[in-house]
Design a protein around this ligand. Sequence first.
Ligand SMILES: Cc1cc2nc3c(=O)[nH]c(=O)nc-3n(C[C@H](O)[C@H](O)[C@H](O)COP(=O)(O)O)c2cc1C
Length: 175
Amino acid sequence: MEQKVLVAFFSRADENYNVGYIEKGNTHIVAEMIAEQTKGELFHIKTVTPYAKDYKSCIETAKKEKETNARPPIKGDIAVEDYDLIFIGYPNWWGDMPMAVYTFLEKHNWQGKTVIPFCTHEGSGLAGTEKKLGVACKGATLLKGIAIQGSIAQNSKDQASQSVVSWLKRLKLNH
Ligand SMILES: Cc1cc2nc3c(=O)[nH]c(=O)nc-3n(C[C@H](O)[C@H](O)[C@H](O)COP(=O)(O)O)c2cc1C
């Protein structure tokens, strides 16, 4: 039977490190590549209160949220329980996932699911996030994730897409 695939991701447009003001977030771009390759459905994890458009204010807010282990409320939801394979995408924020990703993860039962992380970053890669994802998605099987430099996803889409395609091939997950 066909596996049902979900690509859930957090991503922020506006001003960011190394890319200036952007219309579509770096992780969003990678999420679309994965969805195309796997025939997956997209779900954009968004906070009820948007982050500041300027980079400096945003990193300050994100830092406070990480320090307080906050769970910012998110807009809407998706029935993760209806899917078999769930990609979870996020930017590396202060060496971690944005706290809103935890808000999303903690709303669901991950028992028996297959979870695959992907992140965009500007040097820190996945950092310790795979492990943290494993803890938050109790009962799920975690597959090897990928880290793509955000500015490459934004400005060198062919290069980013090649990395995504070969990673999915290694996992035997592309159509
Ligand atoms: C609040 C914040 C914190 C960040 N912290 C890190 C970090 O610790 N390490 C890193 O490599 N990049 C860091 N970055 C850069 C982002 O990971 C990178 O720009 C990413 O591609 C953004 O994805 P998005 O456009 O999907 O939101 C940070 C960016 C922001 C806005």
